[in-house]
Each structure stands twice: as C-alpha cells, then as structure tokens.
Design a protein around this ligand. Structure first.
Ligand code: CA
Length: 423
C-alpha cells in the first residue's frame, strides 16, 4: 500500500466527514489570493495548503527536487519533475498534515503563512494544456449513440471493439470550473431543409467525462506499452466536454467533430493523483473479441469513481439528472495511451486525455442530455417543474465525482459552468 493512502491516517486539520479532500487525497492545483500571485497548492478539508510557501519554509528540504516548481501558475514544471518526485512530495505533505506530526501543527507563524481558507482562494486552470485528445471509450455511450443515429442491431461500428476510438480536440478553449460558457453559433441543417442556416446552437449538451494529464513525454517515434502507461499519468480531473449536437451533426462527416466541440470544455480545478486513486482499482469488462497484443494488459486499470451531473436553472435548485461510474469504461487509460502512441506519436507534459462520455447501463446513468432525453423524445423534468431536452441559457451544469472505500472518500470537488446567451 502507498503509505499516504492508509485509511487510518488523520490530520490535525479538522476535515468534515464527507469532505472530498481528506489527508488521503492531496490533490494538486493552482490558486491565488488577494495578496499572492498564482502558485501551486493542495486541498485539505476546507483549506488550501500553499506548497510554494511550505517549500520556502524548508518543509521539503530533505527531498531532491527544485522547489521552484511550486512558484508557478501551472503544474507543468512540477509534473515534469517525475513520478518518484510526485510520490515523495505527496508522502511528505501527508506526513506534515498527519495528526501526530507537530512540526507545522504547533507552529502558528508557519501555519499563518501556508494555510488559506478555500473560500479566500481563487482556483485557476491547473495545467498549461499542451494538447487534448478525446476518446470514445464507454460501450454504453457508443451503443446509445449508434442506436439513435444508425442501426440498433449494429450500433457499434466495426472498429469499436478493436481500438479505443479517439480524435484530436482543441486545447485552447479548455477552461476551469466557474468560467461561464456562451452558447456557440454555427452552421446547422434541419433534416427537411435543402440548405444550412447560421445561428445559435439549439441542441447544447454536456458530456460527463474524466480526463487524465500526462506528466512525462516520450520521444517521437517511440510507443508506450500498456504496462508502462500509468508511469506517465500524473492525475485526473472531472471533464465536461461541451457539445453542440446540431452543429456536430452537420459538420462531422467525414473527418469527425470540429466546431461542435471546440468552443469549450470545462475541468475541475484539483488534479487528483493516480496514486490517490490506487485503492479504487477494479477489473475492467471482458474484452471480446480479444484485442491485439499491443492493447492487452495485466492487472486492474479501471477505477470505481462515482459520478453525478446536476442542472441548476437560473434562480432555482439543482436537480440531479445522472448518476454514473467510471468503472464501466470498456477501454482503460493504459490502453488509451498505448494506442495513442503505437504509431510513434509523442506525448508531452501537460497533455490532457478525456475518457469520452461515461454512460452506465441504466437510463438514469447516461452521461449526456442526448442520451438522457433520448434525442429529445423523453424530456427530463427538473425540480422546478421545467423540462429539458438540452441545456438552456441560464442553466448551470455541475459535475461531481468521488471514490469511497474503507471510510476514505477521495473526491474531485466539482466542475460548474453556467451557460450564457450567445455573444
Ligand atoms: Ca467527448
């Protein structure tokens, strides 16, 4: 077991039960306050721990890495310091926060410098995202979409069970939780129209996903095996891959999604490390037919992470519209990375890879409005009595996620974004 994951650990900082950020989590993010510029921190209970200030006070002195990586407005430099540093730093933070460790606990001057109530911190996009790839790895989601738009008897295309289908997305428009999204405009064409028209998207949707960041690069021309893939993965965030279904439908043939996807994607601010998620590994589904050797893997690479989506209308209460789980994914992250690099494509520190919409088996576990309201034929009713086929202006979409076992809850916080009218 990774020492920092021990369920018996507790912190001298009061962490309420049900908090996403107990001492076993130690996620990484970038924050600023009224007094300080953006820098790297971690979350513990209702506090942000300033890792840059902690480092300057000497708390990492026995570790061999450049503490300057924390005085940065992104996690990229820290991620580039490598997996052994990620592990020793997380372990050291765990020690400093542990109930029995008096060093920081009993030093009021130091505590004042490093602990900030989360309500006083502004959380920023945690990573300078270099490249973004979107996979399509939920068999339930791919089956639902294939059933709706093609043939219920042949919902999956012939390639789907042989490779993790993906496409190259747009990194520049990825924003952090709290940033509002303007409804995109574009070309659409009604089924009964001869020519396309231009205007605001009428079928704006969310996609419930998780994304992972790589913190290590590989040279151009070299691939990464499924066995090595997780050594490249720093951690994960919640990912809302905003989608304009009407724009997407008209534009996507033959080269795939473009402007219907590239206007925005939203991520949660705290990157939960793969190490913190280690206790929540589960077996993936049987893959039949057998996949090619470069996609075969040993061990457990699926993760039991409960996911939830809420819609909050302007001035109203939030209604839960979806409960899903990341454990349902057909293709795991190790396979995704192995496939991504099998042609020699190099990956970089700060690249983001999204899972694809995470849908479960039941209609209330579908990860998009397209599926939940089944192409607009089964509108959802929210708490205020209003109906939704897709997302309306003024709606706030909130996604949450957490893993829980042995009394330990490792949470992602949330990704929350409000849809504004088109500009
Ligand atoms: Ca997607």
């Amino acid at each position: 077991m990774i020492r920092a994951n021990n369920p018996n650990l507790s912190s001298w900082i009061d962490v309420e039960s049900g908090s996403d950020f107990p001492i076993q989590n130690i996620p990484f993010g970038v924050f600023s306050t009224a007094e300080s510029s953006p820098r790297v921190g971690t979350a513990i209970g209702e506090y942000v721990l300033d890792l840059s200030a902690l480092a300057e006070l000497g708390y990492f002195d026995e570790l061999e890495f450049d503490i300057g990586v924390f005085k940065s407005d992104s996690l990229n430099a820290y991620m580039a310091s490598g997996q052994s540093t990620w592990r020793s730093v997380r372990d050291r933070i765990s020690q400093v926060l542990a109930s029995e460790n008096s060093t920081l606990r009993d030093n009021a001057t130091d505590r004042e410098k490093v602990l900030i109530p989360m309500s006083m911190a502004t959380l920023h996009l945690p990573v300078d995202i270099r490249d973004y790839t979107d996979f399509y790895s939920s068999i339930e989601h791919a089956t639902n979409v294939g059933t709706m738009f093609r043939d219920p008897d042949n919902a999956l295309l012939p390639n789907w069970k042989h490779l993790p289908v993906g496409y190259h997305g747009r990194a520049s428009s990825i924003v952090v939780s709290g940033v509002n999204i303007n409804r995109p405009k574009g070309q659409t064409k009604a089924d009964d129209a001869d020519t396309p028209s231009f205007g605001p998207s009428r079928l704006l949707d969310f996609e419930l996903e998780l994304g992972f960041f790589t913190g290590r690069n590989n040279p151009l021309g070299q691939s990464i095996s499924t066995g090595d893939a997780e050594d490249y993965i720093f951690g994960m965030v919640l990912f809302n891959d905003w989608s304009a279904r009407d724009i997407q439908k008209w534009e996507y043939v033959p080269l795939g999604p473009f402007l219907g996807k590239s206007f925005a994607s939203s991520i949660s601010p705290w990157v939960v490390t793969l190490d913190a998620l280690d206790p929540f590994r589960v077996s993936g589904p049987d893959q039949d037919p057998e996949v090619l050797p470069y996609l075969q893997y040993d061990g457990e690479h699926n993760f039991d992470i409960a996911l939830e989506v809420q819609i909050q209308p302007e001035g109203g209460d939030a209604s839960t519209v979806c409960n899903s789980n990341f454990k349902f994914m057909y293709w795991n992250m190790a396979q995704q990375l192995a496939h991504h690099t099998i042609n020699g494509c190099n990956i970089d520190v700060g690249d983001l890879y999204a899972s694809g919409t995470v849908s479960g088996h039941t209609p209330d576990s579908y990860g998009s409005m397209l599926e939940l309201a089944w192409k607009g034929t089964k509108p959802l009713t929210l708490k205020d009595g209003s109906e939704r086929k897709f997302i309306l202006d003024g709606d706030t979409v909130i996604m949450k996620g957490h893993a829980e076992k042995d009394g330990v809850r490792i949470g992602f916080g949330e990704v929350r974004s409000k849809v504004l009218p088109p500009l």
